[in-house]
Write a protein that binds this ligand. Structure first.
Ligand code: PEP
Length: 247
């Protein structure tokens, strides 16, 4: 099964008008490496402007509300993201699960809300260091996946990002064996849940991916690309990651 590599930058709460030249430069890198699907999930305030500068990259949001409209001060619906120019959305990032108390059920609802608006969805799962150290990382992540994956999930619109919480922004990454074990377990769970289409679904690794480790990570079986935080903010650090995925 050939799966096109997917490399997505998560800008988190970073990005102002002054950073649009970086979007353009990353978009040019994306155009130059068409074998890889490249995107930037930027702050919602930047989606419209980033969309004009995006070149060969897609622009996504970092979260959406489960509901379409209503009394939810400060929240954004999937339709709002789409109207602003987003074509993708991240749901269930560990920072939102921790900071906003999002549950697996919330995450499944958000994925469906994004899909209902025609957005492609990246659904994040991952264990804490405590769970990793307890030896329960695989069963924990599979349970989180099972509960967060919405009914009707399909490879055409949904990808998974395995992001160990202890590796996000820390400079640490698991061993390649640990990544392989988890991605293989996720692949098996996807096939069990949704059948053959589970083999077509992309599973990204996320957590301290950088220019130095990207090639090794992307060479691991069942790693179909990366979700990249800090290193995606500048083309100087994100470009080599895109190139590693294209190699
Ligand atoms: C992320 O938060 O999705 C992430 C992978 O961050 P970083 O690459 O900075 O660890």
């Amino acid at each position: 099964m050939t799966r096109r590599k997917l490399v997505v930058g998560n800008w988190k709460m970073n990005g102002l008008r002054a950073h649009l030249p970086q979007v353009a430069a990353i978009g040019a890198e994306a155009s130059a490496h068409g074998a890889v699907e490249v995107g930037l999930c930027v702050p919602a305030t930047l989606i419209g402007m980033a969309n004009e500068a995006r070149g060969g990259a897609f622009i996504g949001g970092q979260d959406c509300h489960v509901k379409a409209t209503g009394a939810h001060t400060g929240c954004l619906s999937a339709e709002m993201l789409r109207e602003a120019g987003a074509t993708w959305v991240i749901v269930g990032h560990s920072e939102r699960r921790a900071d906003q108390g999002e549950t697996d059920a919330d995450v499944a609802g958000k994925a469906l809300a994004g899909h209902a608006q025609g957005l492609k969805v990246i659904l994040c799962v991952g264990e804490s260091l405590e769970i990793r150290d307890s030896g329960e990382a695989v069963p924990f992540v599979l349970a989180q996946l099972e509960a967060s994956l919405p009914e009707g999930a399909a490879a055409q619109w949904l990808s998974i990002a395995y992001e160990p919480v202890w590796c996000i922004g820390t400079g640490r990454i698991p061993t390649m064996e640990q990544i392989a074990e988890m991605h293989s377990a996720i692949r098996g769970a996807l096939v069990k849940r949704i059948g053959e289409d589970g083999n077509a679904m992309r599973i990204l690794y996320g957590g301290s991916v950088n220019a130095a480790n990207a090639a090794e990570v992307f060479a691991v079986a069942d790693v179909d690309g990366g979700l990249v935080g800090g290193a995606s903010l500048k083309v100087d650090s994100f470009g080599p990651i895109i190139e590693a995925a294209a190699a």
